[in-house]
Design a protein around this ligand. Structure first.
Ligand SMILES: C[S@@+](CC[C@H](N)C(=O)[O-])C[C@H]1O[C@@H](n2cnc3c(N)ncnc32)[C@H](O)[C@@H]1O
Ligand code: SF4
Length: 469
């Protein structure tokens, strides 16, 4: 998954426009902020996850000024050293029932047309001063299903990335996708092109769960393919597992976790199923063709099973939902994009931020290709990044890691203490002299906690402004 981020540095947290000494005010009875007072906060602190990522506020750029503002940003040398490149491939062979990322069905001719436009965008964007002024530390080719590109296209894309963009010597270059039709020839082609990390969606190894979710290939094929890739010993392979899918019982989830270890892959992301509106899954459930997926309390139980399993097998925790089995897995893109990095977006539906501009590129294929052909930036919406966003991103990143260090958040650590204390009373965090660490319940609710903290800060600022005005 591509977390869209905007720039920040630790010192900037203090820039939020509030006197450093004041303790922040909030409604300490508002359960949507402080959580419910329950003996079982893991399952019941909140009623549901607020969304996949934490939101933030930015000011839209007028449509008539979008092109100029992107041009200005790219014509100015970079200020921030932390930077990544994100390239989007919006195709999948079949839409999975639970997925909101699906854009276009893979068709050879449409992919070829898209690839030609993408090549032009890479050539053009790479030539700007901003792009060339510093090396990129991580590149993520995500989707959709980038592994649905042909072997030749994958190799060419890797080569273009290396040829056109300045990269750090240890730059992580990830290809996202799935094992379906990701043949050894394609894998070798990707390695030849210079990809050095592979992030593959598995979701579940159980064939019944997979078929109900419209996943291609049965579990045994997935395991075999992953093991083959691991045997190459060429690059870290990481997988995504989803919990809460229809038919995925606790026993099946336990065996999904076990299978992760048996494949020998380098790392795993455990995502809770988000039931977004308008997903094919919702319709199938309504028609009685699929059973209800797990409720929030059961998903909390599944998270606990996952986190306990990883601890029991001494997996290295990289974030509240990502673990590594080897020291080869670094997950640089994910950790940078969630914190203080700038992200240059390329491709239809890609989002990113650079030099104070956040840009969301056209999702619509025709609009994207037409913009490229007319030598325009294929940007649908652009926002001027709020300088406060940079600071708030520091908080989001800390919640994603599972710990807020006092030393990163001076003077905020003290200012927010009443909120931390309310959370501690509810079993969501543990406060020590130097840090606020999320408990396991807090880790499960990490996105809610981050969203709430940001809400509290923003409300407090608005109240102060109103009083001052
Ligand atoms: C954009 S998808 C790309 C993965 C790849 N195309 C595949 O087939 O696995 C990245 C990940 O998003 C996660 N995802 C998709 N739909 C989700 C949902 N409704 N709730 C939570 N995570 C979801 C899945 O775990 C998936 O592996
Ligand atoms: S999980 Fe992957 S293959 Fe399935 S619809 Fe989503 S992006 Fe496409």
């Amino acid at each position: 998954m591509n977390p869209i981020a905007s720039g920040a540095s630790p010192i900037e947290v203090a820039r939020l426009d509030v006197p450093a000494t004041d303790v922040i005010t909030f409604d300490s009875h508002d359960e949507s902020i402080v959580g419910r007072n329950t003996p079982d906060p893991l399952r019941f602190a909140f009623s549901g996850k607020t969304g996949p990522h934490v939101g933030g506020g930015s000011v839209p750029v007028a449509q008539s000024k979008t092109q100029d503002s992107v041009l200005d940003a790219l014509n100015t040398p970079a200020m921030n050293k932390a930077r990544c490149l994100y390239i989007h491939i919006p195709f999948c062979r079949v839409r999975c029932t639970y997925c909101n990322f699906f854009q276009y069905a893979s068709s050879e001719s449409l992919i070829a047309e898209y690839f030609a436009a993408l090549t032009l965008e890479i050539e053009r964007k790479s030539a700007f001063v901003w792009t060339q002024s510093m090396p990129f530390q991580a590149v993520y080719v995500g989707g959709g299903t980038p592994t649905d590109l042909s072997a030749e296209q994958i190799k060419q894309l890797g080569q273009m990335i290396r040829q056109y963009f300045p990269l750090t010597p240890d730059c992580e270059i990830t290809l996202e996708g799935r094992v379906n039709r990701f043949s050894e020839a394609k894998f070798e082609s990707a390695l030849e092109g210079g990809f050095n990390r592979f992030s593959l969606g598995v979701q579940s190894f159980d064939s019944k769960v997979r078929r109900a979710a419209k996943r291609l290939d049965d579990g045994d094929v997935v395991i075999e393919t992953l093991q083959k890739m691991v045997r190459y010993n060429a690059a870290p392979i990481v997988i995504d597992l989803l919990y809460g899918l229809p038919y995925q019982t606790l026993d099946i989830w336990q065996s999904d976790l076990q299978m992760y270890l048996e494949t020998g892959v380098d790392g795993v992301d455990l995502y809770q199923l988000l039931e977004l509106q308008n997903l094919p899954m919702a319709r199938l459930i309504e028609q009685g063709k699929l059973p209800q997926p797990a409720n929030t309390a059961t998903k909390a139980e599944m998270y606990k099973m996952g986190a306990d399993f990883m601890a029991r097998f001494h997996q290295r925790r990289l974030s509240v939902n990502h673990w590594a089995s080897t020291n080869r897995e670094r997950s640089i893109y994910n950790s940078l994009a969630k914190t203080n990095a700038e992200v240059l977006p390329i491709g239809a539906g890609a989002g990113g931020n650079f030099n104070g501009i956040s840009a969301m590129q056209h999702r619509d294929m025709n609009a994207y290709i037409e913009a490229i052909q007319q030598q325009q930036f294929p940007v649908g919406m652009a926002f001027k990044s709020d300088p406060n966003n940079a600071s708030l991103n520091q908080f989001k990143a800390a919640f994603d890691r599972g710990v807020l260090l006092k030393h990163d958040f001076i003077p905020w650590f003290e200012r927010l203490m009443p909120l931390f204390e309310a959370w501690q009373l509810r079993g969501l965090v543990t406060i020590t002299e130097q840090a606020v660490a999320l408990t396991q319940a807090g880790q499960f609710w990490s996105v809610n906690l981050a969203t709430n903290l940001i809400k509290v800060i923003q409300n407090d600022q608005a109240n102060r402004l109103a009083l001052a005005g």
